[in-house]
Design a protein around this ligand. Sequence first.
Ligand SMILES: [Zn+2]
Length: 496
Amino acid sequence: MRVGGLNRASVVFTAEPRRGALWARRKHAKKALAKALRRKAPPRKFWGERLTLRSLVWDSPCFLRGLRASVVKTAPLVVASLIMAGCARAPQGGADPGLAAEIGRIRAIDNHAHPVRWVSAGEKPDRGFDALPVESMEPESDPVALRPGSPAVQEAHRALYGGQTKAQVMAARGAQYPAWVLDQMGVETMLANRVEMGNSIEPPLFRWVPYADALIFPLDNAQLAARTPDRRGFFALEDQLRAHYLEAVGLRQIPGTLAEYLSRVVTPTLERQKQGGALAEKFEAAYLRSLAFDPVDQAAAARIYGQFAGRAAPGEAEYKPLQDYLFRYIAAECGRLGMAVHLHTMAGAGGYFDVSGANPLNLESVLNDSSLRKTPFVMLHGGWPFIREIAALLEKPNAYLDFSQQSLMLPPATLAGNLREWLELNPEKVMFATDAYPYSDEMGWEESGWIAARNGREALALALTAMLRDGEITRTRASQLARMVLRENARGLYGL
Ligand SMILES: [Zn+2]
């Protein structure tokens, strides 16, 4: 598929360069991959990889959820037992079978995913999720679940295609193939995070979530791009996407003043996307800068814009207040237009990713901004590894989270522990999601979506069973919570 008039690189940007980097190496150049993997040896510690006490302690997600490094160094045995106690938040005997079966039957709303359009023979493939600029991304250590040859992928293949190949099933299903995939995942509605919608990825099954990052970086981004090798690639793609947005409002370059930029570019772009069916605007800002969007008055932002628009590239510090202002302006516009704001809040977009900058606590001043209370903020991927920080933020009336990507990357028992912490506090703010994504030929959006949907349901069943067995909730409440997480919370938020 072609995504409207976008060139290939614009499309690539929206396909989340992180995964592109991980997988296009495999997809397009197995030899290059092998070489890249060899370069990475010896592999960095990652959970499940080197099972020493030290790695258990340092790499355990339970550890990440709360143990202090000083204790670790002085009393390893005590710490090891604490880890075991922490992990036992999931029930020993597995999930309650009746509850698990019930959860398996609930048709879900997937809060965040990247479905791929079906195209007929001879038509260009949907490039929306290709990721060619991997040449510019440096090697990183992939999590175990995302490595080639994962057993879960084989399971997904068997479950989805039986004795047939993926290509045979796609050919047989035709344009109904994406809808059929949703059916296999037990998903009724999928929020599709894409540049544009199109044939076979359409409402009512698929609902649109476009991207807004390009709008908060309107100036020459050369200095930001120079920060890391990966950001060089990201910003080139941002610039191309913004050029597309400008073209759509009949401009070739940004206007001379901030007021004009807001009225002629930003607001019309958001309104066009709303009219196109968008439920939310997605920010991948955490790939590009910190999530600390400070309050900035319009006069100060206008001065920066006026000083640099069409001229020199500002440095990070002098540019940031303008970005901050634009983010809050867009968030307010989303509230006015009845759209939510989706934010990538999770470690990960390459080996140079600023993990501390992606800590959802950085969003606190935005969530405390009384002028933005009409805007729902959905923190995608559950803030991992900042599980408790994000839990505390759920007390803000307009803060929500989904557990996409965690449902693919973490084993269900680990995710169940995270889920339980949230469900015990603000269960109406927690939403099911997969982050289904075309990682490779082997793990397409179908396989990753199927695995994440299965793991997510299993984790939910484990978390609720544990709460049930500990006497925290009744069986009736467990059923109610399952429906809330899998669909009712999202229905209420987006008015579906
Ligand atoms: Zn995503």
